[in-house]
Design a protein around this ligand. Structure first.
Ligand code: ADP
Ligand code: ZN
Ligand code: MG
Length: 480
C-alpha cells in the first residue's frame, strides 16, 4: 500500500511590539517573573482591554506579504478554557472573522517550487508560562507573557513531507523577519509551530484522520516529529489498525510522539464574540499604507542579488535568508565591489563567527563583530596583494577579537605580504641549499615533494610570501 502524507501547520509568532496587545505593559523577554503585569493582563474584574494599533499594523503587514485579503471588518472572540497560565480564563483571539484570509507562501524543495496556501492569519494574545522544574515539587507561574501579541498563521493541508514542512517554516520565518515584526527565535518560543499530520492512500482525495503534534522547538524537531508520525501512522494502517484523532507531544529525548489527549477530551473552547472590544474596522487607506511600506521581500531580494551582483543562486539564497545578513552584505559590497569575494567571507567566516558566538538573534547589522565597511576594506587588502588570503583568515579573527581594523592589525603585526621577488628568491635559495637530498629526489621524479618546498619557504617567510609568486619562482628554480 502506498500512502501520501498530508500536513497542515499552525504557527504562532510573537510580535515585536514594545507593549502588549491590550494594555501598556512591556513585552520584554527575560524580565523578572510577574514584573510586566497590570490589572488588564492579569484579568482583574472590571479591567478593560484597549487595542494596540501597532499589532493590527503588523498583522496587516504579514497578511500583505503573504498575499492575503485583508478584511475590512473583523471581530475579536473569547476562547475559553481553564489553565493556570491563563488568569482571565479566556484568551482574546479572532475566530469566525479573522483579519487576513487566503494567502500563500512559496517554497522550494530539491529545486521544485510550490505554493502552500494559507487559510488565515489572525491576532491573539499569548498566555503566561508555567514553570515546573525550578522549585522542588511546586509549579510556578510567570504572567509576563500574558497579553503579548501573537499572530496565528494557519496553512491549508498542502504540505506533503517533513522537508516541505521545514522549508515552509523557514520561508515564513524569513518573511516575518524581513517585515521586522517577529524575531523568529524558536528556542525562546517567539516562533512556535503545531503540526497536523495525516496519511491517505495515494490517489485518493478525502483527508485521513489527523493527529496534532505539539512541543517542537526547532526546525529539526519539526522534521523529526513529522517523519516519525508519518511512519507511525503508516505502520498502524498497514497492520490493519485504525487511527484516532488526537493530540500528541513530541518527546525529543526518545524521538517519539506520545498521546496527550484524544477527541473525547478535545478542547471545547465555547468561542463567543468578545463583548469588551468593538469589531475591528480596517480602512482601505490603512491597507494601502501598509502595502506601500512593505520592504523588498526575500524572494525578490534573492533574484536581485543574482542579477545585480552576478552571484550564484546558492550564494544569493544564503545571503538573503536573513534580512540582517542581506543588509550587511549590501553595505559591504557598496563599499568595495568584489561581490563574490565578499559573499564568500560573509557566508563562510562571518556567519561562522556569528553562529559560534550565538549572535544570530540580533536583527541589526551594527551589532555584528566586524562592521561591513571593515570587511570590505580587508577584502580590498587581499585583492591589492597587501595580504595573502591565508593571512587574511588570521587578520579576520583578530578583527573580531579586538575590534580593530585590518589595516591597523597588518601594520602592527608586520603581516604585509612579501611580493618582492628578490626576497622570495632568497628564501627559496636557502631552502634549496638546506635540502639538497630532497631536491635530488624531486628532480628524480618525486613530484609530491613540491608541497614540502612550498611549506618550507612559507615557514621561512612567516607565511607572508605571496603564494602565487612563490609557486612560480619555486617551479623555475626546481625545474629549470
Ligand atoms: P481544528 O478544527 O482541529 O483546529 P482545522 O480544520 O481548523 O482543525 O485545521 C487546523 C490545521 O490542521 C490546519 O493547518 C489544517 O490545514 C490542518 N488539517 C486539517 N485537517 C487535516 C488533515 N486531515 N490532515 C492534515 N492536516 C489537516
Ligand atoms: Zn498589562
Ligand atoms: Mg481550527
Amino acid at each position: 500500500m502506498h500512502y501520501e502524507s498530508v500536513i497542515g501547520l499552525e504557527v504562532h509568532a510573537e510580535l515585536l511590539t514594545q507593549s502588549k496587545v491590550f494594555c501598556g505593559c512591556s513585552t520584554r523577554f527575560g524580565a523578572p517573573p510577574n514584573q510586566n503585569t497590570c490589572p488588564v493582563c492579569l484579568g482583574m474584574p472590571g479591567a478593560l482591554p484597549v487595542l494596540n494599533r501597532r499589532v493590527v499594523e503588523f498583522a496587516i503587514r504579514a497578511g500583505l506579504a503573504t498575499g492575503c485579503t485583508i478584511a475590512g471588518y473583523s471581530r475579536w472572540a473569547r476562547k475559553n478554557y481553564f489553565y493556570p497560565d491563563l488568569p482571565k480564563g479566556y484568551q482574546i483571539s479572532q475566530y469566525e472573522l479573522p483579519l487576513c484570509l487566503n494567502g500563500a507562501v512559496e517554497i522550494e524543495t530539491d529545486g521544485v517550487f510550490k505554493q502552500v496556501r494559507l487559510t488565515r492569519i489572525h491576532m491573539e494574545e499569548d498566555t503566561g508560562k508555567n514553570i515546573h522544574d525550578a522549585h522542588g515539587d511546586a509549579s510556578l507561574v510567570d504572567f509576563n507573557r500574558c497579553g503579548v501579541p501573537l499572530l496565528e498563521i494557519v496553512s491549508e493541508p498542502d504540505i506533503r513531507s517533513a522537508s516541505e514542512a521545514s522549508a515552509y517554516l523557514r520561508k515564513l520565518r524569513t518573511i516575518l523577519q524581513y517585515l521586522e515584526i517577529c524575531d523568529g527565535n524558536m528556542e525562546e518560543g517567539s516562533f512556535r509551530c503545531d503540526a497536523n499530520v495525516s496519511i491517505r492512500l495515494l490517489g485518493t482525495t478525502p483527508l485521513g484522520t489527523k493527529v496534532e503534534i505539539k512541543n517542537m522547538n526547532s526546525f529539526r524537531a519539526v522534521e523529526r516529529a513529522v517523519d516519525y508520525e508519518i511512519r507511525r501512522q503508516t505502520e498502524v494502517l498497514g497492520a490493519g489498525g485504525a487511527l484516532v484523532q488526537e493530540t500528541r507531544l513530541w518527546d525529543p529525548d526518545r524521538e517519539v510522539t506520545r498521546p496527550m489527549r484524544t477527541k473525547e477530551f478535545a478542547d471545547d473552547y465555547r468561542y463567543f464574540p468578545e463583548p469588551d472590544l468593538l469589531p475591528l474596522v480596517v480602512s482601505a487607506e490603512w491597507v494601502e499604507a501598509g502595502r506601500r511600506a512593505l520592504p523588498e521581500l526575500p524572494d525578490a531580494r534573492c533574484r536581485r542579488f543574482v542579477t545585480q551582483y552576478g552571484l550564484p543562486t546558492y550564494d544569493a539564497e544564503v545571503l538573503t535568508q536573513r534580512k540582517d545578513t542581506a543588509d550587511y552584505y549590501e553595505a559591504a559590497v557598496g563599499r568595495y565591489a568584489n561581490a563574490k569575494a565578499l559573499s564568500n567571507w560573509v557566508m563562510g567566516d562571518l556567519l561562522r563567527v556569528i553562529r559560534e558566538r550565538k549572535l544570530d538573534a540580533a536583527l541589526v547589522i551594527h551589532d555584528w563583530p566586524v562592521a561591513p565597511e571593515r570587511l570590505a576594506a580587508m577584502v580590498e587588502l587581499i585583492d591589492s596583494g597587501e595580504i595573502s588570503g591565508k593571512i587574511a583568515k588570521a587578520v579576520f579573527e583578530e578583527m573580531v577579537d579586538t575590534g580593530r581594523t585590518a589595516v591597523q592589525i597588518v601594520a602592527e603585526q608586520g603581516l604585509t605580504q612579501i611580493s618582492d621577488e628578490g626576497a622570495i628568491v632568497a628564501a627559496i635559495d636557502s631552502v634549496i641549499a638546506a635540502n639538497a637530498d630532497k631536491v635530488a629526489q624531486y628532480r628524480g621524479g618525486k613530484d609530491k615533494l613540491f608541497g614540502f618546498f612550498v611549506g618550507q619557504v612559507m615557514k621561512a617567510t612567516q607565511g607572508k610570501a605571496n603564494p602565487q609568486k612563490l609557486n612560480e619562482l619555486l617551479r623555475t628554480k626546481l625545474d629549470g
